[in-house]
Each structure stands twice: as structure tokens, then as C-alpha cells.
Write a protein that binds this ligand. Structure first.
Ligand code: GLU
Length: 492
């Protein structure tokens, strides 16, 4: 039985500076899957202490992307109102200043932190002097003597600027048992007394992170590899506060196809861009899940339910993951194909409308059209080019038809086409009906090959080449075909 004491609590803690990056999406997803697979709680915490970069707009952008992915959180800012939900708020670091100051005070009182009045220039000078003296590995020196706390406090109260540094009592190695990387040893000389509060009063990431993770009762921290070296400072802070250390797992980095760290240079990197480009959230989720984790069954195509069922931290991989756009395209195409026509149509409709494409839309028609086009689609965006020739609104006899318009047989072919259409009783022509009608025109007008097909094409799609007519014609109602041939004739 799981008691609340051992219930899993995990968080995604972005520092929002724009849309959600795919790396961030992966971190959020693994935390979400871990929580769901263990009946735990998934928390969203906004690390917005850098007020210039982490604007409310950025936060909304991240929240929008998380919502698009369907990674809903149990605690954190409400996606619409941004009001905190959950008993461990505030969930935005910018609203927790009092909590950080109170914690810094605790360390100051116990002699585990001190005010440092040295200016940046002085600190730079010390560093330069150490480098000049040949120090290979510079570490900040502790001021000697330290300013006594009462005196420091009154100087700060009088307006003097001072940072607060953590005082490393004892130099010793720290050993982390990372869920993904195994045992990681941080050597004793890796860090010196580090800043926990800047002289402008802003708390530093490592400090806020520990205070928040502890107060939010986080049991597991799954995050990017780049934070591994921060963990030693965080371990020191846990120890100083006497808070229980959560489990840590540092995920592999994500590389582009050139094996450099994935960045904007590689093209689209935000969830927002993938959405715009017609990727399905469930496909992006499936693909991103496999960047550093693998299914115990070897599955490559997984639904949310299967991901939750199969996810475990044991299968998270420490080796760098390569972001393979082609694989993403394949995963997306596979998810597109798996969608029922009705569902796919719901997702396509807004994109087609945005492009001014209007089509019949009754259930039977949609099924017929999607049966033809679904296998051709990699992304939802592909539907735009596929459906455009079906939209009367988009029909136009283009410049490239000029030659065909000049051919002597063209008007005769169009007359025969039109009368054939009028003589056809049903609303649609089947592929066979279309073939038969073309044969009849061939015999009546006495032309074949390009001379025959190109004028017919122009009368149907406005261009002498492109789209497969035997697929398009059965999707165009007779009324549309008639309207088009008349319009083509008018352009003669
Ligand atoms: N705000 C940090 C980031 O966005 C969070 C790191 C952590 O998960 O501890 O990278």
C-alpha cells in the first residue's frame, strides 16, 4: 500500500523565456509519465526569478505548449487564470521572495551563510591575481575576517549592497546516486562558497530550487544533464537545512543530426513550431519520449496510455539522444494514419478554413476524401496542398494553361466533357465513369494522349499538370465540375 509519505511528487520547473523547447517538453513528459505511472503528483513550478527574461507572456507561451501536449499538472498555476492550484504555492518563484529570505536568514543565523560586501570588481581582481600567480583551478576565497552578522545586517539596512554566500563548512567529496547515471562523485574542491542571494536581493537558482523542492515535498528530480554539476551545491544546501534529499535523475542531452547540441540552428526546436507545421501533439510526445528512453517491449509507436504503462526510470538512458527529423516525420505520419477520419477531420478543418479551402464536408464525402489522402499525409499541413484542388474557391485557370487554351481541339474537348457530365445521372463520377467518359471524348474529338488529357486537366484543376485526376474527379461533385469547365471556357 502506498502511504502519502512515499507518494511520488515530481515537478517540471521551467525558466520561461519563450515557447517550450523540445528538450523542455521531454523533461516535462518524463516527469508527467513518472508521476502517472506511480500514481503520483505532477507539479508545474515557474522559475521566473530573472524578471527581465521570464515575463508573464513567456510563461503563457510555455503553459500553452504544455496544454497543447496535454501534460496537465496537478499543482501549479492554472493554465487559464494563472491562479495557484494546490497546497504548496505560490508556484511562481517571483512570488516566493519572503520564503527565500527566511531560509537565507536561517543559514545566516547558524553561521552557514554570510554577507559578502566585496564588489564585482574586487572579486574580479582576486581572480585575476590568482590566475597571474598560476592557480589552475580558481575558487573564491572566503573574506577573512567575515563581517559579523549584526554589523552586516545594519550595513545592509543602511543601504549597502552585499551578496549572501553559502559557507562550505567542510571540504569533502559528495557522492550522488543518480537514477540514470549511477554513482557520480563530486570532488571536494569542485566548488567554493557560492552565492545564494545576489546583492540586488535576487535569490540564485540552486538556492530557490532546494528550498522549493523541499517545501513542495518533491521526491524525484528528473531534469536535464546540464544541471548535474549544480547538484553538488544543492546537496550541500539540503544537508545544511536538514531536508531529506530527493532522488535525482539527469537525462541525456539531445543532439541534432550533426551531433551538436540541439539548438535553433537545427531548425524548429519549439513545440509551438511543430504545432504550426502540422505535427500532432501525441506524435511529438511519442517521438520525444524515445529521446533517452526506450520501451521495454521495443515499441516505437506508443499512445499516452502505453507510455504511462511502460515508463520507468530504469529505462532512461545516459547516452546522448539524436533528434532525427525523419523519424519524427514517420512517427507523425503513423499517428495521422491511426486517427479515425472524424477525428482527423476535426483537426484539419481549421487549417483548411484558414487557407480559404471549402469542400463538401458531409460524412460520406469526408470518408472518401480521407481514405485517398490520409496515406499521403505526413503532417496536417500536407492536407492543404492535397485538398486545395477540391475547393471551388481555389479554382483558377493559371498562366501555365495558356498553350492548352490555344489548341484548336480544346473547346471541342470541353464541350464533349460538359455534355458527358450533364448526361451523367449521379452526383459523382466514379473512377470508372471518368475513364469511360474520357474514352468517349477521345473517340468523338479524335485526339489522344496529352492532347486529350491536358485540356481535361485544365477544365478540372485549372492547370495542365499536377494532382491525379482519377483520384480527384470522384471527389468533385458534378456541379463543381460543370462550374469549372464553364469558368475555363470563359477564360478562352
Ligand atoms: N529552471 C531550471 C531550468 O529551466 C530548472 C532546473 C531543475 O529542474 O532543477 O533548467
Amino acid at each position: 500500500m502506498t502511504s502519502s509519505k512515499d507518494a511520488v511528487r515530481v515537478r517540471f520547473a521551467p525558466s520561461p523565456t519563450g515557447y517550450l523547447h523540445v528538450g523542455g517538453a521531454r523533461t516535462a513528459l518524463y516527469n508527467y509519465l513518472f508521476a502517472k505511472s506511480r500514481g503520483g503528483t505532477f507539479i508545474l513550478r515557474i522559475e521566473d526569478t530573472d524578471l527581465e527574461r521570464s515575463t508573464e507572456e513567456s510563461m503563457r507561451m510555455q503553459i500553452g505548449d504544455l496544454a497543447w501536449l496535454g501534460l496537465d499538472w496537478d499543482e501549479g498555476p492554472d493554465p487559464v487564470t494563472l491562479q495557484d492550484k494546490g497546497p504548496h504555492g505560490p508556484y511562481r518563484q517571483s512570488r516566493r521572495a519572503g520564503i527565500y529570505m527566511e531560509h537565507a536568514d536561517r543559514l545566516l543565523e547558524r553561521g552557514l551563510a554570510y554577507y559578502d560586501f566585496r564588489t564585482d570588481a574586487e572579486l574580479e581582481g582576486l581572480k585575476a591575481a590568482a590566475a597571474a600567480a598560476g592557480a589552475a583551478h580558481y575558487q573564491i576565497e572566503r573574506p577573512n575576517p567575515l563581517v559579523p552578522l549584526a554589523e552586516a545586517r545594519s550595513r545592509v539596512a543602511a543601504g549597502e549592497k552585499a551578496a549572501i554566500r553559502f559557507l562550505i563548512k567542510e571540504k569533502r567529496d559528495y557522492v550522488l546516486r543518480d537514477l540514470i547515471r549511477g554513482e557520480v562523485t563530486f570532488p571536494s574542491d569542485m566548488v567554493g562558497d557560492f552565492v545564494i542571494m545576489r546583492s540586488n536581493g535576487m535569490p540564485v537558482y540552486n538556492f530557490c530550487c532546494v528550498v522549493d523542492d523541499a517545501l513542495m515535498e518533491i521526491t524525484h528530480v528528473l531534469r536535464a544533464e546540464e544541471h548535474l554539476s549544480n547538484t553538488v551545491r544543492q546537496m550541500m544546501l539540503y544537508e545544511a537545512f536538514g531536508y531529506a534529499l530527493p532522488e535525482f535523475g539527469h537525462m541525456s542531452i539531445i543532439l541534432g543530426s550533426d551531433r551538436q547540441k540541439l539548438s535553433k540552428r537545427h531548425g524548429a526546436t519549439s513545440c509551438h513550431e511543430y504545432n504550426e507545421r502540422g505535427y500532432l501533439p501525441e506524435a511529438l510526445e511519442n517521438f520525444v519520449a524515445l529521446l533517452g528512453w526506450s520501451s521495454p517491449k521495443g515499441d516505437e509507436i506508443l499512445s499516452r496510455g502505453q507510455l504511462i504503462e511502460q515508463f520507468s526510470t530504469e529505462r532512461l538512458n545516459a547516452a546522448p539522444a539524436v533528434f532525427d527529423e525523419q523519424k519524427l516525420a514517420w512517427v507523425n505520419a503513423t499517428h495521422v494514419r491511426a486517427l479515425a477520419n472524424g477525428e482527423l477531420w476535426e483537426r484539419l478543418k481549421p487549417r483548411l478554413e484558414k487557407e480559404g479551402i471549402s469542400v463538401p464536408e458531409d460524412r460520406a464525402w469526408v470518408d472518401k476524401a480521407l481514405d485517398v489522402f490520409k496515406p499521403r499525409m505526413t503532417t496536417l499541413l500536407d492536407a492543404v496542398a492535397l485538398f486545395r484542388p477540391l475547393s471551388d474557391a481555389a479554382f483558377k485557370v493559371g498562366e501555365e494553361s495558356r498553350d492548352v487554351l490555344g489548341w484548336a481541339e480544346t473547346p471541342k474537348i470541353w464541350d464533349a466533357w460538359e455534355s458527358g457530365l450533364r448526361g451523367h445521372a449521379a452526383e459523382y463520377l466514379s473512377e470508372g465513369d471518368f475513364q469511360t467518359l474520357q474514352d468517349r471524348i477521345k473517340d468523338a474529338v479524335g485526339v489522344k494522349g496529352k492532347q486529350l488529357f491536358m485540356p481535361i486537366r485544365v477544365a478540372i484543376i485549372g492547370r495542365p499538370s499536377g494532382a491525379e485526376l482519377k483520384e480527384l474527379v470522384p471527389l468533385l461533385p458534378k456541379s463543381s465540375l460543370l462550374k469549372r469547365v464553364q469558368e475555363a471556357r470563359a477564360s478562352l
